[in-house]
Design a protein around this ligand. Structure first.
Ligand SMILES: Nc1ncnc2c1ncn2[C@@H]1O[C@H](COP(=O)(O)OP(=O)(O)OP(=O)(O)O)[C@@H](O)[C@H]1O
Length: 291
């Protein structure tokens, strides 16, 4: 969030709480929060936004893949992103995760962490997890070992051999196994899992790091109907505890999980609202749904 917006937001928050002007919040506002060093696990959401993009643009060889994109997400929200091929959905995720640097614009995680000042690995450590379309689990390790490995910061063989889960981590691993529907498959080699189960395992690996925000790119592509339904259940369980941004083309899946749907087209937001609202929008029908 820009300093001016943060200042205004902090003042609004202070007024709402009956505090004198200038009192601001504990952590918000230019004086209190802006420029504070980012610490993993600490995301200031007192302004009601966990992710904030404003006027973000990026061009590739003169082609504007993202064009003055503005978008924000509330803590615990499950936001669905839809849009035609080439709309800029993946590029937007690349910008949030530090893979691509925008030419201009603002990208904030909470109200104090300027993501454009951080590298990709730092952004992951700050609490933004990303799941790409293709599952990337370690096929020759068991489900348990994959989840355990997700906690290790040093993944070289020798340090990994001496890594031991503490009891809180072991409890979390057991909870996550239940959440991702793999409690019965804990000792199976990941390579023997179905496509859907591999996707859940990879989501579980992200959850082991307790991300605040999860970005999920086409999570149900290639899944059976039953796996898709269970993935919907899984996302509804995660909502509230984590914020989720889900890019999908599967409209019946979107219908099951969505609250607010954002439609991207030509690198910016074309429409936003409930699925019914955006499906009734003539501009959306023309560029996407009416194909
Ligand atoms: N590194 C790059 N170099 C050149 N052009 C790129 C690059 N990355 C993306 N683009 C272009 O930017 C546009 C947006 O691509 P992007 O992959 O973000 O769209 P998308 O909405 O994710 O599409 P899809 O639904 O097909 O995955 C496309 O026209 C794409 O060809």
């Amino acid at each position: 969030m820009t300093p001016d917006l943060m200042e205004a937001g902090a003042e609004r928050h202070a007024r709402a709480q009956g505090l004198p002007a200038g009192a601001s919040t504990e952590s918000g506002g230019r004086t209190a929060g802006y420029g504070r060093p980012a610490v993993a696990g600490e995301v200031d959401v007192t302004h009601g936004r966990i992710l904030y993009l404003e006027d973000v643009s990026v061009s590739f060889d003169g082609f504007k893949a993202i064009n003055k994109l503005s978008l924000d997400i509330a803590p615990g929200e499950l936001r669905c992103i839809i849009g035609p091929n080439g709309a800029g959905k993946t590029t937007m995720m690349d910008i949030i995760t530090g893979k691509t640097r925008p030419d201009e614009g603002t990208v904030y995680f909470g109200s104090t962490i300027d993501l454009l000042r951080h590298r990709e690995a730092e952004i992951a450590q700050l609490g933004i997890g990303r799941k790409f379309q293709k599952p990337t689990v370690f096929e020759h390790l068991t489900v348990f070992e994959n989840l355990e490995l997700a906690l290790k910061t040093d993944k070289r063989v020798k340090p990994s051999m001496f890594f031991k889960l503490d009891s809180a981590q072991a409890d979390r691993l057991a909870d996550i196994l239940q959440t991702i529907h793999l409690a019965d498959s804990v000792n199976r080699m990941a390579g023997t899992l179905s496509h859907g189960q591999k996707q859940w395992l990879e989501i579980g690996m992200l959850l082991m790091q307790d991300p605040k925000l999860l970005l999920l790119d086409e999570p149900v592509a290639g899944m059976t109907d039953e796996e898709t339904a269970r993935t919907a259940e899984l996302f509804l369980t995660l909502k509230g505890k984590h914020s989720l941004m889900v890019v999908e083309h599967d409209m019946s899946f979107i219908r099951t999980i969505s609250e607010i749907v954002t439609v991207l087209c030509d690198g910016s937001v074309l429409a936003q609202g409930t699925l019914d609202e955006v499906q009734a929008d003539e501009r959306v029908i023309e560029v996407y749904l009416g194909r």
